[in-house]
Design a protein. Structure first.
Length: 117
């Protein structure tokens, strides 16, 4: 079951201090963008933030597990749920949200370098 419009509206408002937040329905969930960068996924009613080699350890240190799109398969994506404080504290939301945006920016920059090579 997909996320409710009400939850998407909440996320849009809650995440708005990060920049221009947009969402696009994709594969039964949503991709969330900040200023055009894919920085989060919404699967069901669970938010997952983009991580990479620079930020992943901060998620795993808290015992957070990566997004597994198919429960019957071991494949995971480098998106992790934020810690509970993300939804309780605007400063925590901004810290974790900006970390996800930076991971998205690094991914975009790596893709750009590969295309030029």
């Amino acid at each position: 079951m997909g996320a409710s419009n009400q939850y998407l509206e909440f996320l849009h408002e809650w995440l708005s201090p990060l920049g221009q937040i947009t969402a696009r329905a994709m594969f039964g969930g949503h991709c969330l963008y900040c200023d055009g960068l894919t920085f989060a996924l919404l699967a069901g009613n669970t938010l997952y933030l983009k991580a990479d080699t620079v930020s992943r350890d901060q998620f795993t240190a808290l015992g957070l597990q990566p997004f597994q799109p198919f429960p019957d398969k071991p494949d995971v994506m480098q998106y992790y749920p934020p810690p509970p404080a993300f939804f309780d504290n605007a400063e925590e939301m901004e810290r974790w949200g900006r970390m996800a945006i930076e991971a998205a920016r690094r991914a975009r920059d790596r893709k750009g370098k590969r295309k030029r090579a």
